[in-house]
Design a binder for this molecule. Structure first.
Ligand code: FMN
Length: 199
């Protein structure tokens, strides 16, 4: 496990490529809860990161520095909060593209998202796309050897959930996002202090 100043570190990754992204607002809320629970946090909003497309076999040195920024942040993280949105029935392509770049972590001592707890959030206008997006992300996180936190937060009808400044005005959703942020921070803490198994 890594830590910053002795604290466990949670990376928030996501939002869409829309400036006023509700999935980024949701992520910010959950990250605040993780921080309140004692973790250090970092937000990597895909809108700010502006990643190129992942191209298999292209060396990391040939990519835009945003890719190295993502990889460094993922390497440093003890846990992640990933927030996406539902596009055409499932997760936004930009989120999946960002996660495809984690292929560059395949040879790490902790490959991919190994030993990282990952909390999942998705906003979508309707009832189904956010759930589908989260379910798709569950498979991706498992494929990347991460551990999915046992609380999934799909957020339907985001227009009714956030105010104009991006604050969560729906108490039930606010509670779920807070619970998820806390859960990821606490679970990461338990992972870090768990007894090593005998070889
Ligand atoms: C191209 C596109 C496709 C979308 N497809 C769906 C969909 O299939 N189901 C749905 O419920 N909402 C759909 N939406 C609505 C988004 O899920 C909703 O606007 C969400 O808040 C976007 O996330 P953001 O606020 O983080 O950008 C779509 C939006 C766009 C732009």
């Amino acid at each position: 496990m890594t830590s910053t100043n002795g604290k466990l570190h949670i990376l928030g990754l996501g939002g869409t490529l829309r400036e006023r992204s509700t999935s980024r607002w949701a992520l910010q809320r959950a990250l605040q809860a993780a921080e309140a629970a004692g973790a250090t946090t970092e937000l990597l909003a895909l809108y700010d990161l502006n990643l190129p497309m992942f191209i298999p076999d292209k060396p990391v040195e040939e990519y835009d520095p945003s890719v190295v920024r993502l990889l460094d942040a993922a390497r440093k993280a003890d846990g992640l909060l990933i927030s996406t949105a539902g596009y055409h029935g499932t997760l936004v392509g930009a989120t999946k593209n960002a996660l495809d770049f984690l292929e560059f972590l395949s040879e790490d001592e902790r490959p991919y998202l190994h030993e990282r707890v990952v909390g999942l959030i998705a906003t979508a206008s309707g009832e189904l796309a956010g759930v589908n997006a989260i379910n798709a992300l569950v498979h991706t996180v498992y494929a990347l050897r991460g551990t999915v936190a046992p609380l999934l937060v799909p957020i339907p009808r985001p227009r009714e959930v956030f105010d104009a400044e991006g604050q969560v005005v729906n108490e039930k959703i606010a509670g779920r996002l807070d619970q998820l942020g806390r859960l990821v921070a606490e679970t990461v803490g338990k992972f870090a202090s768990s007894v090593e198994l005998e070889p």
